[in-house]
Design a binder for this molecule. Sequence first.
Ligand SMILES: Cc1cc2nc3c(=O)[nH]c(=O)nc-3n(C[C@H](O)[C@H](O)[C@H](O)COP(=O)(O)OP(=O)(O)OC[C@H]3O[C@@H](n4cnc5c(N)ncnc54)[C@H](O)[C@@H]3O)c2cc1C
Length: 367
Amino acid sequence: MGKHLVLAGGGHAHMVTLANMKQFVREGHRVTVIGPSPYHYYSGMGPGMLGGTYLPEEIRFSIKKQVEQNGGIFLLDKIRQVIPDTRQVELETGAVVDYDVISFNIGSYVPQDIVSRNNGDIYTVKPIEKLAEAKKRIHELLSKKQAVIDIIGGGPASAEIAGNIWQLGQYQGEQIPKIRIFSSREFMPRFSERVRLYTRKSLIKRGIAIHENSSVRKVETGKIVLSSGEVYEPDFIFLATGVKPSPIFRQSGLPVGPDGGLLVNRYLQSNAYPEIFGGGDCIFFEEAYLDKVGVYAVRENPVLYHNLFAALSGRPLKSFEPGGDYLLIFNMGGGTGVLQKKWVTLHGKIAFIVKDYIDRKFMKRFQ
Ligand SMILES: Cc1cc2nc3c(=O)[nH]c(=O)nc-3n(C[C@H](O)[C@H](O)[C@H](O)COP(=O)(O)OP(=O)(O)OC[C@H]3O[C@@H](n4cnc5c(N)ncnc54)[C@H](O)[C@@H]3O)c2cc1C
């Protein structure tokens, strides 16, 4: 007898399952996908969209259309709570959906604890679709004056956002913004010395200021306050302070990892509730620590697809092997990038060309 599969979020780890949805339907199962937007945006190209290299439609997947074409149901909604004992999810509209098997790919968010007042012009680097809105607003500001843009956070998202805001100013022929990065420690601390050197050089030579050991205590529209008491008055603020998994698992009383992500075993499955699966930034994989990068979400795809099918039909599950080192390429704006794979580090135009090629190929495959 057919069962009900629910996909919560159509993120990067559900791509293969979504592309093969017809298989579930052919076997007599019902599939429902729940997401807050008809589209899912590919994060790897998000900074490029901000910088004007890509249009929003070039970096997004039409999840709703794909689901409906493949015989599933798409609910434009957001999961608010999971009720695992009755196998139900409650949505923000108040609707309740039953499931036999569910898979979560609802991503992560940037906490805003340091924001004390937001009357506008404070953006987070996620969700990616908001970068299109940020771009529009930066345009407006630059058409009037040499806007000051502060980016809080010293990791790769911050580097990519800074480089692409710079690009935005260049391409539009408007005023060049004054860009500052505030990093609580040194800049790009998790990366090799060469990656740190190349990313830093790339930004500094374009006039982007990097303030290290400058922890931001409080943010409000038009103002940031450092722990040292220093005050800065930017026109626009980006928060790139790192991401956390969606909070709904902890709020629903599901077993979670230390970061609040849904705790899953080697089958990407909850031990406590074997009909619950998950992938991408919203999980905590108990076998090994996984960085919050799209690479893992993408690698999880075939295993999630297999295991969801297996769970619906009582067949054996496959385990997920995270795999070794992954290729890292940062889009630094201006058609340049910084690439690292094992001991190889490249910077400049070639790095961006490689990233652009890989990203466009990924989009073509799943769009
Ligand atoms: C600026 C930036 C650049 C990045 N560049 C790269 C890169 O080049 N390479 C790389 O590997 N990683 C990159 N990352 C990391 C990458 O964004 C994440 O690891 C990746 O997005 C994780 O994919 P995901 O599908 O788990 O989550 P997400 O991409 O966040 O997708 C989650 C989906 O779930 C939906 N959703 C959210 N909440 C709910 C809910 N309650 N109910 C239902 N649906 C919900 C969302 O709308 C979204 O479609 C970058 C991150 C940032 C911020």
